[in-house]
Write a protein that binds this ligand. Structure first.
Ligand SMILES: [Zn+2]
Length: 125
């Protein structure tokens, strides 16, 4: 399978994402981890490509839901920090590209909540 052009990729991702409208967020988070694991372990190119499309579709749906939720309940976020997938110490400065513990990357993760950042900074003083 040849690598798809970017516009085709976008189209495939959007079609895939439409399938997850009614899927619960915890299931999507599980699917996100599963597809990431697949991308890291599968050796077949077509399977990798498929996993990548699902992963990206699921990731975008989760980001979208987080944004809607933040708007609805008035959460303010800051682009200066981001959250990784660790249970503890999950706030990173945007100068950090990735979390050394869980491997989450800045460009794939949500901005941190302002109240949590100030709590963290306050706790360090
Ligand atoms: Zn982490």
């Amino acid at each position: 399978m040849k690598p798809a052009p970017k516009s085709t990729m976008e189209c495939l991702i959007n079609i895939e994402r439409a399938k997850y409208n009614i899927t619960s967020t915890p299931t999507l988070q599980w699917l996100l981890r599963l597809t990431k694991l697949q991308m890291n372990t599968v050796s077949n190119r077509a399977l990798y490509h498929q996993a990548r499309i699902v992963h990206e579709a699921v990731r975008r749906e989760i980001v979208f839901r987080n944004e809607v939720l933040a708007l609805e309940i008035g959460i303010i976020t800051t682009p200066d920090f981001w959250d990784c997938e660790c249970e503890e110490d999950f706030i990173h400065s945007s100068a950090d590209e990735a979390c050394p513990t869980c491997g989450a990357r800045r460009d794939e993760q949500p901005d941190s909540r302002v109240n949590e950042v100030s709590e963290m900074l306050g706790g360090r003083q």
